[in-house]
Design a binder for this molecule. Structure first.
Ligand code: HEC
Ligand code: HEC
Length: 454
């Protein structure tokens, strides 16, 4: 396959890569936090960086859109289940993790989304800030909670096509279309190449400290604080707010670097682990590295063979905007140039520590278990799951979420339709990454036992 489109930032990238003074690949590299992790967690869990998006009254009365005759007694629990949010493991004014008290533009009580809407998951029934939220239905949140009554709102683009994945990239592209490079507002909205079918699976935060580049496509420098401030482009945030909040985001980044992978909570067969470690070294480590060494490899699209929609879906128009804008001008960048967006040509092979806890797999969450990832012929083409994370929802043999094949008539509501992952739909292909296919069933089982131990 030819390169998907010309490299818009070619020269800059080349210069940056040649001059970059990273430790040699293979050394035990770790990012250094420039902020304060404790303050970062405080900011993450108590501060709102955008104005209220959802009226509090609507949050308290959303049941009226659910077809119920009256407010159920266990409303808080049903609310979390409907939208796919975990309980907040910190004081949060009665709101679940991922919603935060925030005044509406006219001063009434409301709530807004925050980083933990997508980055606050749940594991074996317990909330886990820093784990991707694979239960989330962001479309339902926007449609039902931003309305003021009993009719769902229409959204300017799709926030989520399939439950558990979301359109974070489209959100950046949409919001950037309302800004000039100096972050003053611009109207009318400019289309920088909006695609809302990238179906992104949220990565676990404990990998970031080991990475040199971030996002599935390695398009940003993992040290960039400004890159993770993109959602602040909410049109009601004034340009000065970005500069003012950068210190808070430096702290948030420090907290992200401090997140650790969870340990496998059940028994391990040590003999199998030892055999699996050898297989991992033979078949996987050159791309994914080991616990101590992470090579930060990007594999070209044609070689990895996974769905290309995510890669193609962020266009040069957005990259150009980004590289002209405030976001790319962080002073401690490569020789003061800043952290530019770059074209990498493929997908980054992520570290595999804590991999047992981050199902579903691949950048689009198209493969529900590790067993299916390592045996491509067995990957389900259409599946659904409970969208709960209790021990009974977890498959300890295959490593991942238990799935079923949807039966019976097609769902009649969009919320039910989003519970079905159909790998024939755009952005949802489950092909590629066939490196486990040559293993025998016994070898695969050994390798999986080893992966549990990471
Ligand atoms: C709408 C959901 C959503 C929200 C809200 C969100 N993120 Fe993300 N985030 C994602 C997705 C999806 C990715 C993966 C993007 C990709 O690679 O395609 C991601 C990637 C990242 C990464 C890179 C991780 C890696 O290893 O590559 C960081 C860091 C990050 N987000 C930080 C933040 C911070 C900080 C906030 C709050 C300001 C935030 N995110 C808000 C969905 C979200
Ligand atoms: C040639 C490089 C390469 C080899 C060899 C390789 N991988 Fe990967 N792997 C990748 C890349 C690149 C991705 C990301 C692909 C994507 O998301 O589209 C990936 C993704 C994964 C994921 C999904 C990660 C996530 O968070 O969703 C797992 C799990 C994984 N690989 C395990 C393995 C195992 C186990 C082996 C050995 C049998 C292996 N890989 C061999 C390059 C490789």
């Amino acid at each position: 396959m030819a390169r998907p489109f010309p490299n818009p930032f070619g020269k800059l990238l080349l210069v940056s890569l040649v001059l970059a003074v990273w430790p040699k690949s293979g050394s035990a590299f770790a990012q250094t936090a420039k902020g304060d992790a404790a303050r970062g967690f405080e900011a993450l869990t108590s501060r709102s960086f955008v104005p209220g998006q959802f009226p509090r009254a609507q949050i308290d009365n959303a049941w009226k859109l659910w077809g119920l005759p009256e407010k159920p007694a266990n409303y808080a629990e049903l609310f979390r289940e409907r939208y796919g949010l975990a309980e907040a493991p910190y004081a949060n004014n009665g709101l679940p993790m991922g919603l935060k008290t925030s005044k509406m533009p006219l001063g009434t009580d409301g709530a807004s989304l925050d980083c933990l809407t997508c980055h606050g998951g749940s594991l074996l029934g317990k909330p886990f800030p820093g784990l991707g939220n694979t239960m989330l239905d962001l479309q339902a949140i926007f449609e039902e909670l931003s309305s003021r009554g009993t009719k769902a709102m229409r959204t300017p683009y799709t926030f989520c096509n399939t439950r558990g994945t979301n359109e974070a990239g489209a959100t950046s592209v949409y919001l950037a279309g309302l800004r000039n490079p100096d972050l003053t507002l611009r109207l009318p909205w400019r289309n920088l190449g909006l695609h809302d079918d990238l179906c992104e699976d949220v990565p676990a935060w404990w990998h970031l400290k080991r990475k040199k580049t971030m996002y599935a496509t390695a398009e940003a420098d993992a040290r960039s604080v400004r890159s993770i401030m993109q959602f602040m482009m909410h049109p009601l945030n004034l340009p000065g707010a970005f500069e003012r909040e950068q210190a808070a985001f430096r702290d948030i980044q420090a907290w992200i670097f401090s997140v650790e992978a969870p340990k496998w909570p059940w028994e391990l067969d040590r003999e199998k682990v030892a055999r699996g470690q050898i297989l991992h070294k033979q078949h996987c480590a050159k791309c994914h590295g080991t616990k101590d060494q992470y090579p930060n490899k990007v594999i070209p699209l044609e070689e990895i063979g996974t769905d290309t929609t995510r890669y193609m879906g962020i266009e040069s128009a957005f990259g150009d905007f980004y590289n002209q804008s405030w976001f790319s001008r962080e002073l401690d960048g490569w020789f003061g140039e800043g952290y530019k967006a770059q074209r990498s040509g493929g997908y980054q092979a992520p570290p595999l520590d804590g991999i047992w806890a981050t199902a579903p797999y691949l950048h689009n969450g198209s493969v529900p278990t590790l067993e299916a990832l390592l045996n491509s012929g067995t990957r389900p083409t259409v599946f659904t799951r409970s969208f709960r994370t209790h021990p009974e929802d977890y498959d300890q043999e295959k490593l991942g979420w238990k799935t079923t094949i949807p039966m019976g008539p097609s769902p009649t509501t969009p919320i039910d339709a989003r519970r079905i992952y159909d790998t024939s739909k755009p952005g949802r292909g489950n092909k590629g990454h066939t490196y486990g296919d040559i293993l025998s069933p016994a070898e695969r089982s050994d390798l999986i036992e080893f992966l549990k131990s990471l």
